[in-house]
Design a protein around this ligand. Structure first.
Ligand code: NDP
Length: 337
């Protein structure tokens, strides 16, 4: 059983030295448990926060413990009445080949599924995040302008497409020409701007001719600086993530911009609301799943995976996720079906 452990806590960007690969015996399930074999491992930005020794909405990973992560697995051996060998399940097995579960954290996928890994993306945690953050907090209305960053990623690509389904004008912000081209040509966004450009703020102002009604916040930093002056009265900001800051070790240089932020929120009567997807919206998974399955089957939602082969490539892929190297939902193929 190969396991990737947290060896040390990063200061700034994580490096290979922060992880170790361990070999242990395959675990054995006790009565009431199942042995799971990992087929797919999801790599997600929140894992960076779990590497810190800081209290957050979830506990940190302890040193020399297996890195946490959502997985799609097959039941290899069952001593649990509800599961049989061969069942496909979604679990939280972490960065390893095998894990044990007592069934409480498992979701059955059924045995006749064409894309099991979708349960980690478009039909799973990132999908629910996009759907609930946009529709429940963002409250987009037809004709409004919605801006989303990390626009071709797991969450952002879905936010923009759901906003198009609602009849909105959608402006993406992404890293590089290829991603921006994809957002417009394949995802159907009205425009997409490259955040590497020095002209981002000017270009965004030119593109958002009617201001911004909903800004779905995934990245923070200079992208938010470009968005802030364009917010319309009564605009909504679902505060989902701040990936540009996850490796930061101190506050940015320059003048304190807190009063300018608060002043804008006040004058524009804007609403900014954070959310943690499963804590706030786990109970609405059924509603989301039904809507997303329908959109997928109708071809209204396109979904792109960035698939990596082999557990041994998880560390470099995760480091790359925080640098924008993924193009689509990052999923590691750990073992065969
Ligand atoms: P993505 O698949 O979008 O991958 C991350 C992307 O972030 C990169 O590809 C890159 O895209 C972008 N990025 C990385 N660094 C920077 C930077 N410095 N400036 C601007 N963009 C950057 O990830 P997810 O869709 O899984 O996650 C998106 C956000 O949603 C994250 O902030 C995550 O933490 C958050 N999230 C929050 C949840 C919640 O419950 N609140 C649940 C799930 C996700 P590009 O090359 O286009 O810049």
């Amino acid at each position: 059983n190969r396991q990737i452990l947290l060896a040390s806590r990063p200061f700034g960007a994580p490096s290979h030295d922060n992880f170790t690969l361990a070999q242990t015996a395959k675990p054995s399930p006790k009565q009431g448990e199942v042995l799971l074999r990992t087929v797919y491992l999801s790599l997600d930005p929140y894992m960076r926060g779990r590497m810190n020794d800081a209290k957050s909405y979830a506990d940190p990973v302890a040193l020399n413990e297996v890195m946490v992560g959502g997985t799609v697995c097959r039941v290899e051996e069952s001593k649990h009445a509800d599961y049989q060998q061969g069942d496909w399940v979604v679990s939280f097995g972490g960065w390893q080949d095998y894990s044990i579960s007592n069934g409480v954290d498992l979701l059955k996928l059924g045995n006749d599924i064409s894309n099991p890994s979708y349960a980690l993306g478009v039909l799973g945690m990132p999908g629910l995040t996009a759907y609930m953050g946009l529709l429940d907090i963002g409250q987009p209305k037809a004709g409004e302008t919605v801006v989303v960053a990390a626009a071709t990623g797991a969450v952002g690509s879905l936010v923009g497409q759901i906003a198009k389904i609602q009849g909105c004008k959608v402006i993406g912000i992404a890293g590089g020409t290829e991603k921006c081209q994809y957002a417009v040509d394949t995802l159907g966004f009205d425009a997409c701007l490259d955040h590497h450009s020095d002209e981002l703020a000017t270009l965004l102002a030119k593109t958002c001719t009617d201001g911004i009604d909903v800004y779905f916040e995934n990245v923070g930093g200079k992208v938010f600086d470009a968005v802030l002056p364009l917010l319309n009265p009564k605009s909504r900001i679902p505060l989902c993530g701040l990936i540009s800051q996850y490796n930061a070790t101190e506050l940015p240089d320059g003048p304190d911009r807190m009063s300018s932020l608060m002043g804008t929120l006040l004058v524009k009567r804007a609403k900014m609301q954070g959310f943690i997807v499963f804590d706030d919206y786990g109970h609405r998974y059924g509603e989301f799943n039904k809507a997303m399955m329908t959109w997928l089957s109708e071809g209204k939602i396109k979904y792109k995976e960035h698939r990596v082969e082999g557990l041994e490539n998880s560390v470099s892929s995760f480091i790359g996720l925080l640098e924008g190297k993924n193009f689509g939902k990052l999923v590691v193929r750990v073992g065969p079906d």
